[in-house]
Design a binder for this molecule. Sequence first.
Ligand SMILES: NC(=O)c1ccc[n+]([C@@H]2O[C@H](COP(=O)([O-])OP(=O)(O)OC[C@H]3O[C@@H](n4cnc5c(N)ncnc54)[C@H](OP(=O)(O)O)[C@@H]3O)[C@@H](O)[C@H]2O)c1
Length: 277
Amino acid sequence: MTNRVGLIGWPVTHSISPAMHNAAFQALGMDWHYDVMAIPPDIVTHGIREPMRHGYIGVNVTIPHKEAVMRIVTPDDVARAVGAVNTVDFRKLTGTNTDVDGFMGDLSAHQINVSGQTVIVLGAGGAARAAVYGLWRAGADVIVVNRTLERANKMLADLTVSAGVRERARVLTLDEAAEHAPTLIVNATPVGMWPNADDSPWIAGVPFPRGVTVYDMIYRPQQTRLMTQAEDNGGRAIGGVGMLVRQGALSFQAWTEREAPLETMMAAALIELAANS
Ligand SMILES: NC(=O)c1ccc[n+]([C@@H]2O[C@H](COP(=O)([O-])OP(=O)(O)OC[C@H]3O[C@@H](n4cnc5c(N)ncnc54)[C@H](OP(=O)(O)O)[C@@H]3O)[C@@H](O)[C@H]2O)c1
């Protein structure tokens, strides 16, 4: 019988995950299948049990269910620290968050060491939480900049309670942050995402730091305006497709207990992105 896994969210259109996972299963000759389930937010408790009832091994969880799922499964240390689950294993009724290691793994793959470095994280949503926690755990000095100040303060307060993030993490305005000589800027906002590819989360009028590396979690388009700004100022730019593939690969490994074929998953993700851009 086919082993089933999938994605729950609302909405879940344009997900790259089915292409990525199904290519991996095919490449390894595994009788597994990944599909997508749209579950409205008002029935998440019931909705997440449906795939379990139907014998699914596990699911990825995306917006807006990542926090609600924490009440249904037992989160591991990483999910508890971040406050969100993106990968559920129904066999153990456990949940983890592979965004943290997907992001940090992609930084490592690009030879970026953040220990002792000043890193600006733009945003205070779910992706920013994963980034701040991962960067802080790796020894970075993290500065959070967010449109809504209270949300950034709440994020750091939550991470302080859940993971002890206190020293080496603070909230500043963008112009204050720019003066702290960051070596890495992480965009964890959707600003610049297709179809608004001319937008940048770097506010006009604030000088762009020279020689800085930008990691933009956006993967559609693969070259964002923020990335171009970094390159125009003598810096380096990395887009979010590597994080996307690595977080998926970690889910794959959690469910199948097999090493994920990263290159196959990357190729499938790039084909899917090219087809839908
Ligand atoms: N590469 C990957 O694998 C990966 C994984 C996860 C997420 N992502 C990407 O990361 C981005 C954020 O995802 P998320 O799940 O964290 O979203 P989210 O929870 O909705 O948070 C969005 C954040 O962006 C800020 N923001 C939204 N619109 C803005 C605007 N017009 N100007 C300034 N700030 C704005 C929000 O600020 P306020 O607090 O002021 O509303 C909030 O802090 C998305 O583009 C997503 O695709 C990529």
